[in-house]
Design a protein around this ligand. Structure first.
Ligand SMILES: NC(=O)c1ccc[n+]([C@@H]2O[C@H](COP(=O)([O-])OP(=O)(O)OC[C@H]3O[C@@H](n4cnc5c(N)ncnc54)[C@H](O)[C@@H]3O)[C@@H](O)[C@H]2O)c1
Length: 640
């Protein structure tokens, strides 16, 4: 309603003639008022006929002065000091003329009816000037009040439950920036049209378009995750992004401090949460039972996967959590994060290189871990292709050290974090992980080995160090362009928390020796991901930030192969976890070859080292690599 009124007045101006007419009415009214005041409001003494004649004369004089100085020509709602001065000039000039007239008329008795008291003329001057200025200023103030845009960032809240109401309170209290809550959106139809603390519930998901119509610039999703499926949350956020709004989410109750939270905790939604599927259900009871009283060691704990495994294990409160990494600063950050969350006593950070057997032996001896999650590794394919030495030293060396120590110290469970690149490897990194898998699988098959060895394999993890999300983020921060290799390229993704939930679940499944694969969901178009990330920054793709298609890189596939198919896997009780069908390994031979490879590390050339890898993993066929030559040579040998 208010909007309609303001829109109406915004484009309408009073004609100058009307303003002049109104000014003359004010002149007439003030004259009559002054006249009656002059006679102490005693009507009996007033000669009404003479008063009308004098009023006529006064109006003519004022009209002439108004026409001369034109105080009616400005737009009233924009009255300025200049307009005020023109009013004063007109009224003073009119008063001066009227005083002159009055004194002249006194010499002509025939014109006595026009004779007006000097006091009336002078008092009217003040009254009319005051009223002409005051009315204009008043109109200007009222107009500005009505037309001024309401202050504060206009915000929509999705969720009118308890989290939504707390969010409303928090936003209302916040001063910098100041927020204006435009409305609630909620799918509970009984709430529609009701007001909560003066804020109306507009509608549900089907009424999201109204957010834009009502001028909302931001949307805060304030529903407890257990009451909102990941799919619905994603569709709400996508709609708001399409409408050009910023999308934020209220913190989960676990992050509240003393029953509430601050506006700073309402954070912008991450692209990872827009790709999240419904939360993976893991068997909390069995994990809790396993971890109760356990001493857990996580290697690569400062990395993307390792740190998330740590985060997910902490709430189970194992007896001790050993967080091991060689990256001192990143480990220090994780340590601080854990302390801030209030887990102070049960964890021990260890800065070390896990390939140093003697040092790791000391830690195993001191802390006697019962569960080991081995996520320390070098993972970048192009770098490891250039430095096979490091891939063998770190990936294979650390895995053998950790696995052997686990057997020596009677570790109950050893979980090796592997990758989909270990399947029919085409590069050194993938092959190094496949060799690790073979080693732990072989160890698991030894009757005297009590430790249960489990391998978990999965594909791209969204948002991990060096992955596409941080890369796009950097490109967006630099103002673009965001580089995508092909408009149609797709990839399977999992979020880090999703992958680690499955690592935990798989880690506590089975009897050892299994290689678990994860269902990676539906493929994601990288171009769409780029667009979404640009929108999440409040920018418009290809307007504010360009998306550049740079062409496929050598050996890059447009569509990635599915990691798990019915043919190459066996299902488990968990619908998202499968067991890979792999050939069994001759442990003694694998052990011997790995030993020789590590023994010869400083003696062999890198080509010779890669040759050793290929001998261990016959399915390792290099792709776009200087080591492709080795495959051709071996083919020749076979043919000869
Ligand atoms: N990120 C992914 O998309 C993804 C997908 C599937 C599998 N994986 C596997 O998960 C594992 C971890 O990957 P990430 O993404 O967490 O990598 P990351 O680089 O974030 O973390 C690896 C961590 O290991 C540590 N590390 C490396 N060598 C070490 C050593 N010798 N001693 C001690 N610490 C050492 C590093 O300092 C780093 O903190 C890798 O084996 C990788 O192949 C990752």
């Amino acid at each position: 309603m208010k909007k309609r009124i303001t829109d109406y007045w915004m484009h309408r101006f009073l004609p100058r003639g009307v303003v002049l007419g109104m000014d003359l009415i004010i002149v007439g009214v003030t004259f009559a008022l002054t006249y009656f005041l002059r006679f102490n409001l005693e009507w009996i003494h007033v000669d009404i006929g003479s008063m009308y004649m004098q009023m006529g004369l006064v109006s003519i004089v004022y009209l002439l002065m108004f026409l001369l100085f034109k105080p009616f020509s400005g737009i009233i709602r924009h009255t300025t000091f200049h307009d005020g001065m023109q009013i004063i000039k007109s009224t003073v000039a009119a008063t001066a003329l009227l005083l002159v007239f009055s004194s002249l008329l006194r010499t002509f008795p025939a014109t006595r009816s026009f004779l007006m008291p000097y006091s009336v003329v002078i008092v009217q001057l003040f009254l009319v000037t005051f009223l002409l200025v005051a009315i204009r200023v008043g109109i200007k103030i009222v107009y500005n009040r009505m037309m001024a845009p309401p202050s504060g960032v206009p915000v929509a809240i999705f969720g009118a439950g308890s989290l939504g109401m707390t969010t409303l309170e928090v936003l209302k209290r916040n001063k910098r920036p100041n927020y204006r809550i435009v409305g609630f959106w909620d799918d509970l139809s009984s709430l529609k049209g009701k007001a909560i603390d003066g804020v109306k519930v507009i509608g549900g998901v089907d009424a999201l378009d109204q957010m834009k119509e009502m001028g909302c610039q931001e949307l805060v999703i304030a529903i407890h995750p257990k009451n909102l499926s990941a799919e619905v949350k994603t569709s709400i956020a996508n709609k708001a992004l399409e409408l050009g709004m910023k999308v934020k989410e209220a913190p989960d109750s676990e992050e509240w401090i003393e029953g509430s939270f601050g506006a700073h905790q309402i954070r912008e939604i991450k692209v990872e949460s827009l790709l999240e599927r419904s939360p993976i259900k893991v068997n909390m009871d069995s994990i809790a039972n396993e971890l109760a009283g356990a001493v857990v060691m996580v290697t690569g704990a400062a990395g993307s996967i390792g740190s998330e495994i740590v985060r997910q294990i902490l709430p189970f409160e194992p007896k001790r959590l050993l967080i091991v990494d060689q990256a001192e600063s990143a480990l220090y950050d994780l340590q601080n994060e854990i302390k801030e969350k209030g887990y102070c006593s049960s964890f021990t950070p260890i800065v070390t290189d896990v390939t140093i057997g003697e040092r790791m032996d000391q830690f195993f001896d001191k802390y006697r871990p019962t569960h080991v999650f081995h996520a320390a590794a070098y993972k970048h394919v192009p770098m490891m292709e250039e430095q096979p030495y490091e891939a063998i030293r770190v990936n294979i060396g650390s895995c053998r050290t950790m696995a052997d120590l686990s057997v020596k110290y009677g570790v109950t469970k050893f979980v090796m974090v592997s990758t989909d690149k270990a399947v029919n490897p085409t590069n050194v990194m993938g092959a190094s992980k496949r060799i690790c898998e073979m080693y732990v699988q072989g160890l698991a098959s030894q009757p005297e080995v009590k430790t249960q060895f489990v391998t978990t394999r999965f594909g791209n993890v969204l948002g991990s160090n060096g992955s596409v999300v941080p890369l796009f983020q950097r490109q967006i921060r630099m103002g673009g362009p965001v580089c995508v290799t092909h408009k149609e390229i797709t990839r399977y993704f999992m979020t880090i928390p999703e992958a680690c939930r499955l690592v935990l679940e798989a880690g506590f499944m089975g009897n050892g020796g299994e290689i678990y694969l994860f269902d990676m969901g539906s493929p994601v178009k990288i171009y769409d991901l780029a667009e979404k990330m640009i929108r999440l920054h409040g920018l418009v793709p290809n307007e504010d930030i360009q998306i550049k298609v740079v062409g496929l890189r050598q050996g890059e596939k447009l569509y990635e192969e599915l990691l798990a198919t019915k043919e190459n896997t066996i299902p488990t009780h968990h619908e998202k976890i499968m067991v890979a069908k792999v050939r069994s390994v001759d442990f003694e031979s694998v052990k011997k070859q790995i030993h020789e490879m590590l023994y010869q590390l400083n003696e062999d050339s890198e080509t010779a080292l890669v040759g050793r890898m290929k001998a261990l993993v016959p399915e390792f066929i290099s792709n776009n690599s200087i080591y492709s030559k080795l495959d051709q040579d071996s083919k020749k040998v076979v043919m000869e």
